[in-house]
Design a protein around this ligand. Structure first.
Ligand code: NDP
Length: 322
């Protein structure tokens, strides 16, 4: 089968399209014929060696397709349409995945949509329903609001009745974030977002900041929180955040700081199944609108990664395999 792999850490050019054997499955695994895979920032961290992976490594942490073989202990049936996340090897024609990380697709959700929705949808879901359960009358700031997670998170926060401010780098991205429901958009490459948020809130600040940008935003994020507010630092698209002195949290208003990871919110079968089913049902019911920015063939994964890193993309990038 064809699969993307890398043998050394580095830029997108380390990805190679190779011919490798179809993976063998264990009794608790299923073999999926992959139709679509989602492109995620974590792929970049793994490729760069920020997260160390065993080399050579087959990247891609989510995908969707048709079940080609079911291990004896799984209870799955061949031919079932499924999706998975939190297991590598999605940038390939086949993937062997532990059955507990696999979810059956509801009617009306195709592989492309499932691959676009699962990891980022579950992320948006846990951020606003578990990490900081947002409520009516909360005011939230979402950074990178036209990104994959950003567009989904804005929609969910609005459905909960929160007021949502968001930062983006271009007027085109601002228009998309508004379409998703954002009440105010801030071009944080041109404007001091902390000042803008203070003006919107008459100096009071926001209840929560969902910050995936990291290095260039975390200080401003701490500064725009009202007392007892929470900084949910869930990514580092602009670079790693340096250590933070806990006393700073006290000085700025007894703030809460958390650095959540999707892996821990879907770390057991019940949590994964609950969150994945919820998100895919939202997609099926059109409660959650997906925005697929671009679709790439397997041979063009390098280009997908260059685009994501260059900050040009909107919404979700998907790789279509068969
Ligand atoms: P996005 O589609 O949001 O892409 C990243 C965006 O970050 C860019 O489009 C850009 O938006 C913004 N950005 C700001 N500064 C930079 C920079 N220097 N270089 C590149 N981009 C920059 O990606 P995803 O939706 O896939 O992921 C968003 C973030 O969420 C990532 O950091 C990812 O690691 C994190 N994440 C965390 C999870 C968790 O559980 N902790 C799970 C899933 C994702 P703009 O141009 O508007 O500034």
């Amino acid at each position: 089968m064809k699969a993307i792999r890398f043998h050394d850490y580095g830029g997108p050019e380390v990805y190679r399209l190779e011919e490798v054997p179809v993976p063998e499955i264990q009794p608790d695994q299923v073999l999926i014929r992959v139709e679509a895979a989602g492109v995620n920032y974590i792929d970049i961290y793994q490729r760069q060696g920020l997260y160390k992976m065993p080399l050579p490594f087959g990247p891609g942490i989510e995908g969707a397709g048709v079940l080609a073989k079911a291990g004896a202990q799984t209870g799955f049936k061949e031919g079932t349409r499924v999706a998975w996340t939190q297991h590598p090897g999605a940038y390939a024609e086949f993937a062997a995945v532990p059955a507990w990380k696999v979810v059956v697709l509801p009617d009306g959700v195709d592989s492309r949509s499932a691959a676009a929705a699962l990891a980022q949808g579950i992320t948006a879901q846990y951020l606003c329903e578990s990490t900081y359960p947002a409520q009516r009358d909360d005011i939230a700031l979402v950074h990178a609001g036209a990104g994959g997670v950003g567009l989904l998170l804005i929609q969910l926060l609005k459905q909960k009745g929160a007021t949502v401010y968001t930062t983006v780098s271009t007027p085109e991205k601002a228009a998309l974030a508004r379409e998703a429901g954002a009440d105010e958009t801030i071009l944080y490459t041109q404007t001091d977002f902390a000042e803008a948020v203070k003006q919107f809130t008459q100096g009071k600040g926001v209840h929560v900041v969902y910050d995936s940008v990291g290095l260039t935003t975390y200080e401003g994020s701490l500064n725009v929180l009202r007392p007892l507010g929470m900084l949910v630092l869930f990514g580092q698209s602009s670079g790693a955040v340096p250590p933070i002195d806990p006393l700073v949290l006290s000085q700025k208003g007894s703030l809460y700081l958390t650095r959540p990871s999707l892996a821990h919110y879907v770390g057991d079968p019940a949590s994964f199944s609950h969150r994945a089913t919820k998100v895919l049902n939202w997609v099926a019911q059109k409660t959650l609108q997906l925005r697929i920015g671009r679709i790439y063939p397997l041979a063009k994964v390098v280009e997908a990664h260059r685009d994501l890193e260059s900050r040009k993309t909107i919404g979700k990038l998907v790789v279509e395999i068969s």
